[in-house]
Design a protein around this ligand. Structure first.
Ligand code: SAH
Ligand code: DHB
Ligand code: MG
Length: 226
């Protein structure tokens, strides 16, 4: 998009304002790159956004679906109080291994439980074991089953839980009619579900920056939407 350059420029400007670059986060990105992980983690600016949301709802317990190298996990965990805990779910053992190394470097090993497996299976397990309710949920794994991740997150929530889902705009593809792309179709199904669900008050926020044009859905559990 023609505006990509200015989006990146503004992210650079904001990183300078909010900097200096954190050596632990930089090292996490470097280790993830060196291990060949895809560079699809949240931007630093959106990492700060997640921190603001986590703090705004005074979260102590967090569920993350989609760990990758643990970059978003570090941002989120750092926004929690000292007794805060995170459960993060990852399908790829190699990604989980890198995430564990990054979390160890960040001094967060004791506060984050990295679980390896298919998210849907791990969510069922969490539910059966009576885990939760979580105060904050970040959905950021494979896009096709986002609607199922939302339903599972609801079962692990309480009134006041904030559920945030990444990548729900996809450069506008979600607004361009039915799609053959299973990722886009999955996100469309998720957005329609959240928009109509009377158990949450929700919105979708379009976002731009170094990752281009995308967005996050934000839903607070509890008071029915008007
Ligand atoms: N939250 C991370 C980025 C996650 S990328 C960050 O911002 O730093 C999406 C991750 O979801 C990848 O690591 C991918 O392996 C994982 N994933 C894909 N399908 C999955 C599934 N079915 N269950 C669990 N994790 C899955
Ligand atoms: C993709 C996944 C993400 O979580 C993301 O933030 C960007 C892209 C992807 O699978 O293409
Ligand atoms: Mg994402």
């Amino acid at each position: 998009m023609a505006n990509d350059r200015v989006f990146q420029q503004v992210d650079g400007y904001l990183d300078e304002l909010f900097g200096p670059a954190d050596p632990v986060l930089e090292a996490a990105l470097e280790r993830s790159r060196a291990a060949g992980l895809p560079g699809i983690q949240v931007s630093s600016n959106l990492g700060r956004f997640l921190q603001v949301l986590v703090r705004a709802c005074a979260a102590r317990t967090v569920l993350e679906i989609g760990t990758l190298g643990g970059y978003s996990t570090i941002w989120i965990t750092r926004a929690l109080p000292a007794d805060g805990r995170v459960v993060t779910l990852e399908f790829e053992p190699r990604h989980a291994q890198v995430a564990r190394a990054n979390l160890a470097d960040a001094g967060l090993t004791d506060r984050v439980d990295v679980r390896v497996g298919r998210a849907l299976d791990l969510l069922t397990e969490l539910d059966r074991s009576g885990a939760g309710p979580f105060d904050f949920v970040f959905i950021d794994a494979d896009k096709a089953p986002y609607a199922e991740y939302f339903e599972a997150s609801m079962r692990l929530s309480r009134p006041g839980t904030l559920i945030v889902a990444d990548n729900v705009v996809r450069k506008g593809a979600v607004a361009q009619g039915p799609s053959d792309d299973p990722d886009v179709a999955g996100i469309q199904r998720f957005n329609a579900l959240v928009a109509r669900d009377p158990r949450v008050t929700a919105c979708v926020l379009q976002q731009v920056g170094v990752k281009g044009h995308d967005g996050m859905a934000i839903a607070v559990v509890g008071d029915p939407s008007p």
